[in-house]
Write a protein that binds this ligand. Structure first.
Ligand SMILES: [Zn+2]
Length: 497
């Protein structure tokens, strides 16, 4: 029922509304499809644009981008965003609603053009009622293809599928120009297609409600989620500019820090050389975190401004450092220097050291025995140090942690950087591929350093891995609100200091 839309923040109606205002409500409350709707108002009247993400659960960039767009401010008009339109499919990471086959399971086939035909599901009908009630001028539905249309005519990846209306075609041409301008040499262009598929939200809205609509399709193939989500943001941003809605920067991916909400704002790096899957899995479903994937372009463009914590996961440190470029690395150094917190795991720990021309140099630590960096992988013993009052608690005694070619640390003794603190020590080792034995044991596995007003925690092994001790993984999760200065539930307040 449409009555299940609960818009909070009604207080603002009592007086002068501080602009711009963002309200949230629930669609399909109490059902398995329950999902948050974000409404942002500009100061001035103007068009209403609705952005939908996550209709297909195996197309994560749409939901990721819509989650970021839900944090945007506008000067004019109204922006309605449903980032996770198909929660059961997103949770299952499947195109279809789990347990349903064919068009029955495909939410984007539930919207008939003919008013005489029933909607494909109760939820589809509810979503439709919401759209009808909110009377958007534009609907933009964010999707992904499996391959580049330019190279594979069977896929719709890298296209805008526009309703056949002059206004839509004109706007989509501008959006294509804008996203194609960011294209690297040799990569596929975005193309314009027409006539969204029958049964889709956009096709039905164009046909039945006179809404101007289009489906934006990025391409999943060999591109990080952050990159694809940024392409979605670029296209939506260009539309809002075209409609003179005065959107904030396209690389705002988290709510403004002034919003001072109780959430921990986490930027999870998934650019070149980074594998963010394990951290994404660890953070998913924990309501304390607002996690967004971030790539080098957004970092260089100031997107860390609204983050509490940057996590750089495993992968390849050199590829990460080089992918960030000097500008990206400097943006991270400034982020930490001005109070941001950094967590680097394995490759991200190499990145945090002072050792390489591509490293960040924010922790006073050297990587040693570099010749044998490929020491192998497996479970190693890590002994946790008893934490001081200003240190995080990662565990008691010794636990088994997943290790995969992580850095072996020693103090770098740089005068300009404060000495690090040791939070955990290796008590066993892996020494394959010609690595000498006896090097790893006794060296720090986890360290914490200060850089300006922020801190950096470097994890040589993969605490986030499902193969690591479950309690350590839980402690790692608690580290985030601790770093962000938000006390975990049930912990004593900091007033005893
Ligand atoms: Zn799709």
């Amino acid at each position: 029922m449409i009555g299940s839309i609960l818009i909070s923040g009604l207080l603002v109606l009592q007086g002068i509304r501080p602009a711009p205002e963002i309200e949230q409500g629930l669609l399909a409350a109490g059902t398995g499809f329950e999902t948050t709707v974000h409404v942002t108002y500009g100061d001035e009247p103007g068009p209403t644009v609705m952005v939908i993400g996550g209709v297909h659960g195996n197309e994560p960039a749409g939901a990721e981008a819509a989650g970021a767009i839900a944090c945007w401010t506008i000067g004019r008009g109204r922006l309605i965003v449903i980032p996770r339109a198909n929660v059961p499919a997103l949770d299952a990471k499947t195109r279809r609603i789990p347990g349903l086959e064919g068009d029955e399971g495909d939410l984007n086939r539930h919207f008939p053009i003919d008013p005489e035909i029933d909607f494909g599901s109760e939820y589809g009908a509810e979503l439709w009622s919401f759209i009808e009630e909110r009377e958007p001028d534009w609907i933009i539905d964010l999707h992904e293809g499996y391959d580049y249309r330019e190279r594979n005519p069977d896929s719709v990846g890298n296209t805008i599928i526009a309703c056949d209306e002059p206004e839509v075609l004109a706007a989509s041409t501008l959006m294509l120009e804008s996203v194609n301008a960011t294209r690297e040499e040799g990569s596929a262009s975005f193309l314009q297609l027409r006539n969204p598929v029958r049964g889709s939200i956009v096709r039905a809205a164009c046909a039945r409600l006179d809404v101007l609509g289009m489906i934006l399709e990025t391409t999943k193939k060999n591109q990080p989620v952050s990159f694809r989500a940024r392409q979605h943001r670029i296209m939506v941003h260009r539309l809002l500019q075209h409609l003179e809605m005065q959107p904030c920067d396209k690389d705002r991916i988290l709510p403004h820090v002034d919003a001072a909400d109780e959430f921990v704002h986490v930027a999870l790096y998934d650019g070149p050389g980074a594998n963010a899957t394990a951290f994404a899995t660890l953070l998913a479903g924990d309501a304390r975190f607002r996690t967004r994937r971030i790539g080098p372009e957004a970092i260089r463009n100031g997107a860390l401004d609204n983050a509490d914590i940057l996590i750089v996961p495993g992968g390849s440190g050199s590829r990460q450092g080089r992918g960030l470029g000097a500008g990206g690395r400097e943006a991270i150094r400034t982020f930490v220097e001005t109070g941001g917190e950094y967590i680097g795991a394995c490759a991200g720990a190499y990145l945090g050291s002072v050792t390489y021309d591509w490293s960040l140099g924010i922790v006073d630590v050297e990587v040693i025995d570099r010749k044998h960096w490929k020491r192998g992988s497996g479970i190693v013993d890590v002994e946790w140090m008893k934490p001081g009052s200003d240190q995080p608690d990662l565990g008691d005694g010794t636990t088994g942690i997943r290790y995969a070619n992580g850095p072996v640390f020693a103090p770098a003794h740089r005068d300009e950087i404060q000495d690090y603190e040791v939070l955990g020590v290796y008590r066993s080792e892996i020494a394959l591929n010609g690595a000498p034995t006896g090097v790893m044991p006794g060296t720090p596995a986890v360290i914490m350093g200060s850089w300006g007003d922020g801190r950096a925690i470097l994890l040589s092994p993969h605490l986030e891995s499902v193969q690591s001790d479950p309690e350590t993984r839980r402690n790692l999760l608690e580290l985030l609100p601790w770093l962000a200065g938000i006390s975990p539930p049930g912990s004593s307040p900091e007033s005893d200091q």
